[in-house]
Design a protein around this ligand. Structure first.
Ligand code: SAM
Length: 470
């Protein structure tokens, strides 16, 4: 039985690269593609599978490399990721392979050594944000935004697990970004879409698909793009992606953008052996890129890139001068910050602020960006959540345990697999000969969270709402 909606199949008949027979076949085969992206900023050299082709990364059974990503690997089967402490420690992210091609695009179109302001507008759960964050220089800032409150929590969680300090998580509507005119060097719009590209992974979602839904998505995508384009700098890069096969959400959006805005379409030199199909939009003949699951090892995906051509240079800067930089951000300076230095590597590279009653560390070089973003948007997380000050001590917060910048000399206890699972379930642990005080619980030396030892008692500080429940 064909579970693919006939109106979808007939709408694709004349789309470049569409081959009905193999497209239908691949949707009916049982073959599932599972892939992960390793965290290059966390993985120690000894564990890296790069130098020689290893069969396993710890116990992940590696089947091969994702061709367009330095750290993307196909797996032979899908393990129970939630039972792997390394997944909880942000050592890897489970990501569909087609999406990983964003890496090729950024490396090809941007000078990633420069300090860039980058926005991921539709970011939850954070697959592309984690990827962009690891590619940017330490002087760059990534604003990772999710408008839907109920989805912003998982975005925050995944960004904390990834552990990079130069990230700000916001929860705003695209039109709120009008306060940051011509601010960003790069904007990614990974738009909400009708989702036909993921039917193979989630056949149940077919029930929600309809031609009306495609039209509604297309309208919403245009609104989102019109709202966010003023925030892109002149010569800035707009990347638009969907996981839909429908032309109205893909090449149709290209035509809309070319009609309405001064944008230059950019073509991408994907090597032909990757089998990514280059398409032309019906009117403007703008280049777009289709990922068909019957042509490559990945799900359905679409991508467009544009350079913004207009813009009144400096206009955004003038506007931002009118933003009242938030006073709530009180900086901890001089000797007052000395108690923090034992917790973080290279503390001089950081500014520390008091946000409500918690201390946040943010890269010194980008502290102005944090103030600007705080003045304009609803920030739900930024930098490294360090903890709370009590006298001259710090009660460390969970994000510090997952941060790549935590001090290497923090007292730690490396747990075995069953101890780690107990820890991640927030169950009580008993360990002998543990010194009093805060202890970093690690698995294979990767930080998972905090324990506090009171000599005869050990308290498990794993966040209650992150614990393994199954
Ligand atoms: N970029 C994410 C990743 O790689 O993990 C996936 C993003 S998903 C395709 C699209 C996101 O857009 C969803 O999280 C959804 O909540 C959000 N969204 C829904 N309506 C939106 C709107 N009107 N404006 C901006 N984002 C919206």
């Amino acid at each position: 039985m064909n579970y693919l909606p006939p109106p979808l199949i007939s709408s694709l008949q004349h789309v470049q690269g569409f081959d009905e027979k193999s497209f239908v076949e691949v949707h009916h085969s049982d073959k599932q593609v599972t892939s992960v992206r390793l965290n290059p900023r966390k993985i120690s050299k000894n564990d890296s599978p790069h130098d020689e082709v290893k069969d396993n990364f710890f116990w992940l059974p590696i089947a091969g490399k994702v061709p367009w990503s330095d750290n993307g690997y196909y797996l032979k089967e899908r393990p129970l990721f939630y039972l792997d402490p390394l997944w909880h420690a942000g050592v890897y992210y489970v990501q569909e392979p087609s999406s990983m091609c964003l890496e090729f695009v950024l490396k090809h179109l941007c000078d990633l050594s420069l300090p860039l302001r980058v926005l991921d507008l539709c970011a939850a759960p954070g697959g592309k944000s984690t990827l962009m964050a690891e590619l940017l220089s330490e002087e760059s800032v990534l604003i990772s935004n999710e408008v839907i409150v109920s989805r912003s929590g998982i975005l925050q969680e995944n960004m904390i697990k990834w552990g990079l300090p130069n990230v700000i998580v916001t929860q705003n509507d695209p039109e709120d970004f009008l306060k940051l005119k011509e601010y960003f060097d790069v904007i990614l719009v990974d738009a909400p879409c009708s989702g036909s590209g993921l039917f193979r992974k989630d056949p149940n979602s077919v029930k929600e698909w309809s031609p009306e839904q495609v039209r509604a998505c297309s309208q919403r995508q245009k609104r989102i793009l019109a709202d966010i384009l003023p925030s892109l700098k002149e010569n800035g890069l707009l990347i638009y992606t969907t996981c839909s096969f429908s032309q109205e959400e893909n090449e149709g959006i290209s035509d809309y953008l070319m009609r309405q805005f001064p944008l230059e379409n950019i073509s991408l030199p994907f090597p032909p052996e990757w089998n990514i199909v280059e398409t032309d939009s019906p009117q403007a003949k703008a280049k777009g890129y289709r990922f068909y699951p019957n042509k490559l090892m990945g799900e359905g995906f679409f991508m467009l890139c544009f350079k913004k051509q207009d813009g009144e240079t400096g206009a955004g800067e003038k506007d931002r001068k009118n933003l009242k930089l938030k006073n709530v951000l009180s900086e901890i300076k001089g000797v007052q910050r000395s108690f923090l230095t034992q917790w973080i590597d290279a503390p001089d590279d950081f500014s520390f602020f008091l946000l409500k009653d918690r201390i946040t560390g943010f890269p010194e070089s980008s502290q102005h960006e944090l103030r600007t973003v705080l003045s304009a948007l609803k920030v739900i997380y930024a930098g490294i959540g360090m903890g709370k000050r009590i006298g001259n001590d710090l009660i460390p917060d969970h994000p510090l345990a997952l941060s790549i910048k935590k001090n290497k000399n923090i007292v730690s206890e490396d747990l075995d697999l069953s101890g780690s699972i107990k820890y991640l379930r927030k169950e009580p642990l008993t360990l002998n000969g543990i010194p009093r005080g805060w202890i970093l619980a690690t698995y294979r030396h990767y930080g998972m969270g905090w324990l506090k030892s009171a000599g005869n008692r050990l308290n498990n500080y794993y966040p209650v709402n992150w614990r393994i429940r199954k």
